[in-house]
Design a protein around this ligand. Structure first.
Ligand SMILES: [Zn+2]
Ligand SMILES: [Zn+2]
Length: 142
């Protein structure tokens, strides 16, 4: 019996781990569950401050006052300004990077599979505080 089991596992060298991946797609740190004071559940990376949530939660984050405080939580690594897309922490598919229309300098990663959204640290605050500086920054280059 034991021999048989060994043979099976040896034949599947790349057995996929069944438990849900909780790795930050940005910095490979640990994504952990976090509940905002307003009762919004999402996952947050304590290393880079990246946020992963569902589309519904993302809308709630944008429309609920005070969710910017998520960006003020402690993190061990600085913010990242990325230009490459990341893999979805939930289904490991390549996420699609979208420009946030009112502020094209902000990129939102969205998974076409589970519709999860990944935000880099600071992006939520940036989105909720649209300023004249943002307007100027997003003027087309000449
Ligand atoms: Zn991270
Ligand atoms: Zn996904």
């Amino acid at each position: 019996m034991a021999y048989c089991r060994f043979r099976m596992s040896a034949g599947h060298g790349m057995i996929q781990r069944m438990e849900r991946s909780a790795t930050c797609p940005r910095c490979a740190g640990a994504l952990g569950p976090h509940t905002h004071a307003a009762g919004i559940d999402l996952e947050r990376c304590c290393d880079c401050g990246g946020l992963f949530c569902t589309s519904e939660t993302f809308q709630a984050l944008l429309t609920t006052d005070g969710t910017e405080s998520l960006d003020a939580l402690p993190r061990t690594k600085g913010g990242t300004d990325h230009t490459d897309s990341v893999d979805c922490p939930q289904c490991a598919k390549k996420m699609v990077m979208y420009r946030y229309p009112p502020q094209p300098h902000i990129h939102i990663d969205r998974c076409v599979e589970c519709l999860g959204v990944f935000l880099d640290a600071g992006e939520l605050t940036d989105m909720k505080r649209y300023t004249l500086l943002d307007w100027f920054r997003d003027l087309p280059y000449r």
